[in-house]
Design a binder for this molecule. Sequence first.
Ligand code: CA
Length: 220
Amino acid sequence: MGKLLLVEDELDLSNQIRDWLQRDHHSVEVIDNGQLASDTLRVTQFDLIILDWQLPGLTGLEVCKQFRRRGGKTPVLMLTARSTVDDREQGLDSGADDYLCKPFHLKELSARVRALIRRAAGATANVLQAGPIQLEPSARRLTKDGVEVHLEPREFALLEFLMRNPNVVFNADALVTRVWETDTEISPDSVRTYIKALRKKLDQKELITTLHGLGYRLNS
Ligand code: CA
């Protein structure tokens, strides 16, 4: 699961893709204009960008080029009706990581999305471990000492993010940006509530440390 930006100006298609990916437990923000997408990418961080080639405002190719020039590392999956070899090369030259030609099957899209997110997370292993806690992102399974623990989807997403970035301090604002959808109204106070819930459900006080005035850190 990840936080995805979908840039697509065909409304029917973007609705289909968004619904499909949400079923895969990703959070999806949709933008229908290239320039807006480029602006959003300056301020918001995503786990994956799905970028249509032909867009109003700015082409997907330009959005991708600009993003890479600014040092953006997020994987980019390009969508396009173009299918000649030259176009494909141009797309990959712009800094896209993968390429999907329209029309495509949504299952194919899911598979590419999963692969790109996994690759980016540097997680060749499908299991994240911290002390007695094991988290399997693809199976959405969490166990402690082998016993399954049930979490709410946002609790799971928050824990997964922290487990992918162990020993790094994130303040509440950073966690909101990385884990919640951009238009979600969630306050730093609610982050504290989520952390509390995690500690309680996992019965682990030392797993996530609160550094007063700084933020939270998952210890591994
Ligand atoms: Ca288009």
